[in-house]
Design a protein around this ligand. Structure first.
Ligand code: NDP
Ligand code: NHF
Length: 460
């Protein structure tokens, strides 16, 4: 029996039963009702509590884990990472991995117990062991991008709801499989594009949707640049102790280990990610998609633009250091994605002015005039769904079984624009895209790039 099953004390000192087991037990004794009223069990009693597992205890887990721990109706019961624990993640002083994450969870809950002790969070090296647990309701997938689809599909098959970090997918095919899995198994999926839960972003999108900048002409996804990584002659390094490198690679091709391949920098190698186009670009493009109201579609044309810079030959990194592509939606609206320091953001331009959100100015919408910036949106105008906390919104969706603020289809369309732009930049030609069929028109080479061969048993 696992430590988790033995450990039946909650942070508040109650006997722990998973939500499913509690409901099963309750219904076994009395045939009805199947829903246990909160007046009987209390607001955060086991029947209302959502057992969450964190899969991927690296850089972003430092945000996602505390955010989930703060939610009173969630309990983190498991963490998983191929790395037992080591330092040197995003910064040299970061000590991350499954054991530090487990300690963080246990310490957090221990503080809430009378005894000051808690050992109820289990640590796993293989996410399939997490998914096999009957008492896990939801998983947070905070893995490198090449794992998002596989982990999501398997989580859905195992009946788990999923918070999947952005960019939702690595390829168009992956995203399609994720949609199928979520819908087939009736799961909730929240894409980790948390700017949809930001009030300034929502305000900017509402200004656009309500015509404050006139007719929309152009949308710009502003992204960061990146470096070239270790230079020519970089050498394979020994795999650190306690790190399952083969599992880290998973579906990706075999490759010599180097610390700059893993730990945050995977973003800048094509095998695992799409560079800044899918990194900060996933956020910026998602804001554009929301502002334009195009969550179920995408542009019809993609083309590379001048100024793209690739890492010089022999460097470890292979994604664009500076990016630039344009696209066009069927209604004629232009989309541009370009590297522009210092930070990422989204700008929408129309016949009457422009609005902009910048990660460096999270306090307010920037606009071409005060009239636009201060304009009041009337009660009878378009109001977008309100989420003020992306994790809260996910948990609320799990309970209501209604889609969250960034469901799988929206995450897919945003990631698709990033992937298609990357393909246009690589092929250096104008590509026609059919957003209904999700194929390039008359371009076999480009269509081949919509999916990747996966290694070994890792297939979806
Ligand atoms: N929404 C947001 O604002 C942000 C989102 N993200 C997203 O989060 C995801 C993770 O990024 P980040 O945390 O920066 O990357 P990291 O490399 O720091 O973290 C990923 C973690 O997953 C581990 N891992 C890799 N493969 C597996 C596996 N098969 N099973 C279990 N653990 C595994 C890694 O192990 P090891 O440590 O040994 O490499 C690492 O600890 C990305 O998709 C990224 O885009 C990231 C930052 C911000
Ligand atoms: O999503 C993200 C948010 O911004 C970071 C940079 O500031 C990124 O690196 C990260 O992946």
């Amino acid at each position: 029996m696992s430590k988790q099953l033995n450990s039946d004390t909650t942070p508040t000192g109650n006997v722990r039963l998973s939500r499913r087991k509690f409901v099963a037990a309750a219904t076994a004794v009395v045939a009805a009702p199947t829903i246990v009223p909160s007046s009987v069990v209390g607001a955060n009693a086991p029947s209302n509590r959502i057992n969450v597992a964190l899969i991927g205890c690296g850089n972003q887990s430092r945000v996602d884990l505390p955010s989930m721990l703060r939610q009173p109706d969630a309990q983190v019961v498991a963490v998983c990472d191929v790395n037992k624990g080591s330092d040197g993640y995003a910064r040299p002083e970061h000590f991350l991995g499954r054991e530090p994450a487990q300690k963080k969870v246990n310490d957090h809950y221990a503080e809430k117990t009378r005894s000051g002790q808690f050992k109820g969070c289990d640590a796993y090296a293989d996410f399939r062991d997490v998914l096999a647990r009957d008492d896990v309701d939801a998983v947070m997938i905070v893995l490198p991008d090449h794992w998002h689809a596989l982990a999501t599909v398997k989580a859905c098959e195992a009946g788990k709801d999923v918070y999947c970090q952005k960019p939702m997918s690595l390829t168009i095919h992956d995203g399609q499989q994720m949609i199928k899995a979520v819908r087939k198994h009736g799961r909730i999926l929240q894409t980790g594009s948390q700017y949809r839960s930001n009030a300034v972003v929502r305000r900017m999108c509402e200004l656009v949707r309500n015509g404050r900048i006139g007719e929309v002409k152009r949308a710009i996804s502003i992204i960061n640049g990146s470096g070239a990584g270790p230079g020519p002659g970089w050498k394979e390094q020994p795999v650190p102790e306690g790190f399952d490198y083969d599992m880290w690679l998973g579906p990706a091709p075999e490759a010599p280990y180097h610390i700059y391949r893993c730990l945050y920098r995977f973003r800048f190698l094509q095998e695992y990610s799409g560079g800044q186009v899918t990194n900060t670009g996933a956020h910026a493009t998602d804001i554009v998609q929301w502002a334009l109201g195009k969550d179920h579609t995408g542009p019809v044309e993609f083309e590379h633009q001048p100024g793209i810079v690739w890492p010089p030959d022999g460097h470890l990194f292979t994604t664009a250091m500076k990016s630039h592509f344009r696209a066009r939606y069927a209604d004629g609206v232009e989309f541009v994605c370009r590297t522009q320091e210092p930070g990422f953001g989204a700008r929408i331009e129309g016949t009457e002015g422009w609005v902009q959100f910048s990660v460096n100015n999270m306090k307010e919408v920037e606009a071409s005039s005060d009239a636009i910036k201060n304009s009041v949106i009337g009660a009878d105008e378009i109001h977008l769904p309100v989420s003020t906390n992306h994790y809260r919104n996910f948990l609320d969706s799990i309970k209501s079984r209604k889609d969250p603020i960034e469901p799988v289809e929206a995450g897919h369309r945003t990631a698709s624009i990033c992937h298609l732009g990357n393909i246009a930049m690589r092929l250096e030609r104008k590509l026609q895209w059919d957003p209904e069929q999700e194929v390039f028109v008359n371009d076999a080479d480009a269509n081949q790039m919509l999916r990747r061969p996966y290694r070994g048993p890792w297939q979806i």
